[in-house]
Design a protein around this ligand. Structure first.
Ligand code: TMP
Ligand code: ZN
Length: 415
């Protein structure tokens, strides 16, 4: 992509042009574009944030794709800090090894392997592992942990060369990466080429039903190109000769879905009936209708008013408020809801590289987590709400000393 931004005119899955626009959030800088103090003076490039719903297959996408070079040039997202993510990876590895009776000779390949966190769990079972990830800095970290990694963007060409060198994979995993992929057809071509005849393909992504029902508008940002439900996903599976043999709804990231697929020609497992149940649920909950998305947009506007009223009311009472978790979703919430340093003194975050920097758009300073108990602000807005339990557990001392937490979604709540 030569330009900085590409507009979506056809559905990423079914190519339909029947696209209904909703949730126009305005524009903001890319949400992981943290700034040094020197950069605060410079103008930040902003990109539109709005959604379209495909009335043919049901896929929800962003209206635009920002050039990946801009978003991922300095990609520094490393998942290893969060306990609940590690538990989920551990659970995925043990499920796959036991359910599919993996042996020492079995090959597990992770697409978007990041720093090798998921594969480390597979490694402990003695199976062969290989990561594929375009971020060279992360591939190096993975290699240091003993996770061999191909530092390339996954596509059918890379898939074929990996298959030639290592053989077909018994398991291919893709967790929290499919939302980032623009060309899903190319991805499936690659998975088809790399997966052995009786291999399983395991995906995990945030589930659109949870996003809509729990008002998780702040998980909508430039890196996440698509928001999936089963119906559009099945269109892709049919096209490439795959079918779902198991589905599990997971609490991770506010509500995700794990899908296990096989090639239709495979003899392993059998087609899951749960898919029809999920599609019935999606239909009943209105995921295939415009009105659901219009109602969602209205709820987001109401939430903006409600949260601002709460926070600005506290400021009037001379209370001090800070944020917790300089997550991308937090940067979406503060930008879209216009919550700046007039409300939040600073944000604490466990990620060392974010500390000392400023958030994109709102320029809120980021400090280490230890500052919370040292400084004892009256209220702490948990921006990384997907880790709220873990964070409150870690900060018992703050609570004991009288500090209060606010969780912004689905509706603002003081804890
Ligand atoms: P994520 O939802 O994009 O993974 O972002 C979560 C952010 O929250 C990340 O910047 C790290 C931060 N965080 C903490 O500061 N403390 C914690 O205990 C946890 C789990 C996350
Ligand atoms: Zn479509």
């Amino acid at each position: 992509m030569k330009k900085n931004i590409k507009q979506i005119i056809k559905c990423r899955i079914c190519k339909s042009t029947q696209l209904y626009k909703f949730l126009d959030l305005g524009s903001m800088p890319i949400p992981n574009g943290f700034l040094t103090e020197e950069l605060l003076e410079k103008r930040e490039q902003k990109y539109e944030l709005a959604c379209i719903f495909c009335e043919n297959c049901g896929l929800v996408h962003l209206t635009n794709v920002v050039n990946p070079d801009i978003m991922f040039k300095n990609y520094v997202y490393i998942p290893s800090t969060a306990r609940n993510m590690m538990n989920n990876f551990n659970n995925l590895a043990s499920y796959a090894v036991n359910q599919y009776k993996l042996k020492d000779s079995s090959l597990v390949i992770d697409i978007g392997s990041n720093d090798g966190s998921l594969l480390t769990f597979f490694k402990s079972y003695g199976v062969r592992i290989l990561g594929i990830d375009p971020a060279e800095n992360l591939a190096k970290i993975a290699e240091l942990k003993g996770v061999p990694t191909v530092a390339k963007l996954f596509n059918s060409r890379v898939a074929q060369s990996v298959a030639k060198r290592y053989g077909g994979a018994d398991v291919i995993t893709a967790t929290n990466v499919i939302a980032h992929i623009d060309d899903l057809h190319e991805m499936f071509k690659g998975v088809s080429a790399l997966l052995s005849k009786d291999g399983v393909f395991i995906t995990e992504f945030p589930y659109l039903l949870d996003l809509i029902q729990k008002n998780q508008f702040d998980t909508i940002y430039h890196e996440h190109l698509s928001y999936y439900s089963i119906k559009p996903w099945k269109v892709l599976l049919d096209e490439f000769g795959f079918e779902i043999i198991d589905a599990q709804r997971l609490p991770i990231h506010g509500g995700s879905i794990r899908l296990i697929h096989r090639k239709k020609k495979s003899k392993k497992g059998s087609s899951s009936r749960m898919i029809n149940t999920l599609m019935e649920l999606e239909e009943k909950q209105g995921l295939y209708e415009r009105k659901t998305y219009d109602d969602f947009s209205t709820r987001v506007s109401d939430l903006k008013i409600e949260l601002n009223d709460l926070l600005r009311g506290l400021k009037k009472d001379k209370k001090r408020i800070v944020g917790y978790g300089a997550a991308a979703k937090g940067n979406v919430l503060t930008n879209i809801f216009d919550i700046g340093t007039d409300v939040l003194d600073y944000i604490v975050d466990s990620t060392p590289y974010k500390q000392g920097l400023y958030t994109p758009g709102k320029h809120i300073p980021v400090h280490a987590e230890s500052k919370l108990v040292e400084d004892m602000p009256d209220y702490t807005l948990i921006l990384a709400w997907n880790f709220a339990d873990e964070i409150m557990d870690k900060q018992k001392e703050y609570k004991k000393k009288g500090g209060k937490f606010i969780i912004p979604i689905p509706r603002p709540k003081i804890v």
